[in-house]
Design a protein around this ligand. Structure first.
Ligand code: ZN
Length: 251
């Protein structure tokens, strides 16, 4: 980690990200985050009556949280049980995925002008097509966004100088207990790294975290806020890009 220093007394960083705009995020996560004074990143799919659906998120953005892009239609692999009846990455071209992302970008920006600066890959998948015609869409995402969140393996977080800012590693916190979130965080911070957690519903849906576990994790982060920097994806990415420039690193 030679040459890299986190701001102030921080030893490492944590970002909390929430996908799919589920109602429990507005009802439970935002008030909890606000209670502890933390800012998080919410990745939304602005489909349907997006002007009405984005209205509460506009307020969330105005209070300092980040609203990111999670595509318009949330395309994932056909191999999922629901894949047969949905548009799937295997059937899409790079032009298709670009159009999907750009329409979400346009809609978010219309309502939340400082939104859609970072991206989260739906189902953590980063390519279109299949087999010999399979293509990564990471380069398209890198053209449009400052940073993007993918999936990593448990225990491995992001080295601020080495990580690909357009395929950041994150841990799915679905059904995770707060003790595990704490342990993963302690390891990342002890290594001077950036840990990113991905949440879906709080007490709801098929990938839930309990309100109790989220609250206890936030309490742990609050108790350690002199050494752990808790901030949005865009804020930490901007800091890393600045340091990389100062060090003369090209990417
Ligand atoms: Zn999603």
């Amino acid at each position: 980690m030679r040459g890299f220093k986190w701001p102030g007394r921080f030893k490492g960083a944590v970002s909390l990200t929430f996908d799919d705009g589920l109602p429990s995020q507005l009802r439970l996560a935002v008030p909890l985050l606000d209670k502890f004074g933390f800012k998080a990143t919410f990745y939304l799919n602005p489909k349907g009556d997006y002007r009405r659906e984005l209205r509460p998120w506009k307020e969330v953005a105005e209070s300092g949280h980040e609203i990111g892009n999670h595509t318009l239609t949330h395309p994932c692999s056909r191999n999922f049980p629901w894949g047969v009846s949905r548009n799937c990455l295997e059937d899409m071209t790079l032009e298709d995925i670009r159009a999907d992302i750009m329409e979400a970008h346009r809609r978010i920006k219309e309502i939340i002008p400082n939104g859609s600066r970072t991206f989260a890959y739906p189902c953590y998948e980063t390519s279109v097509g299949r087999g010999s015609s399979k293509r990564s869409y990471v380069p398209i995402v890198a053209e449009i966004f400052l940073a993007a969140r993918g999936r990593g393996e448990k225990g491995y977080s992001n080295h601020p100088l080495a990580c690909d800012l357009h395929e950041l590693w994150s841990w799915s916190a679905d059904r995770m207990r707060f003790e595990e979130m704490m342990g993963l965080t302690i390891r990342a911070i002890s290594e001077g790294r950036w840990a990113i957690f991905t949440f879906h519903g709080i007490n709801e849906g098929h990938l839930p975290v309990s309100e109790h576990d989220l609250r206890e994790f936030l309490k742990f982060l609050s108790d350690n806020q002199d050494r752990i920097w808790v901030a949005t994806i865009v804020e930490i990415a901007e800091y890393i890009i600045e340091v990389r420039k100062e060090l003369g690193l090209t990417s």
